[in-house]
Ligand binder design. Sequence first.
Ligand code: HEC
Length: 206
Amino acid sequence: MSVTHAAPESVPERSEPADGPPLMDHAYDGIREYDNPLPGWWSLIFIVTIVFAVIYGVYFHVGHWAKTPDDKYQAQLADWTEKKTIRDQAEAARVDEAGLARNALDVKLVEHGAKVFAQKCVGCHKEDGRGEIGPNLTDRFQMHGATRMDIYRTIRGGVPSTAMIAWGDQLAADELLDVAAFVITLRGKNVPGKAPQGQAVGDFGP
Ligand code: HEC
């Protein structure tokens, strides 16, 4: 049995209306298109966006009559950096090896530090400092430096790309000092736990 296909119907030619918009030259599958102008509201929005962009560009980027979000951010950052520098300098003048050694003998400060430790640090260093995720803080080995100041600095600044974050951003200045005092008292308790890491430092290094 043979299938016969009907011949496609021929597309009737349309003549251009005398008064409407002209027909465009192309045709797709016989579909023709009138050359209608864009709607007025559409053109208006388009022009408004161009005008807005020019005014915006001149106002913010050429004349600098107002601050861009980036300008504001840079200003805040500069302000913050300046305050941080002042705070760091003040702190550096206050915290030193001898001061930390004294703090570690002050029962009140150490007790307060133990509370901070119980709240923030036991997850990784365990309640007695024997270590788990973090190193054992009770042996005479230290990963970062050897002195009390090194302990303070590690707690304050953390160790980048490890679980040890910068606690200076989380704790108040006295919490930071006192928890360092507490950690200093742990040295030499030798609680069995995580194997020693870092270098042997005896009591406290030079
Ligand atoms: C989320 C886990 C985690 C928490 C919470 C944490 N630490 Fe750590 N800590 C670590 C790790 C991991 C290291 C070792 C980093 C490395 O690999 O250098 C470390 C290192 C240290 C060191 C340096 C030890 C050395 O041998 O130099 C001290 C001191 C320390 N932590 C104290 C603290 C104190 C104090 C707190 C609470 C305020 C705390 N840590 C909270 C994971 C933690």
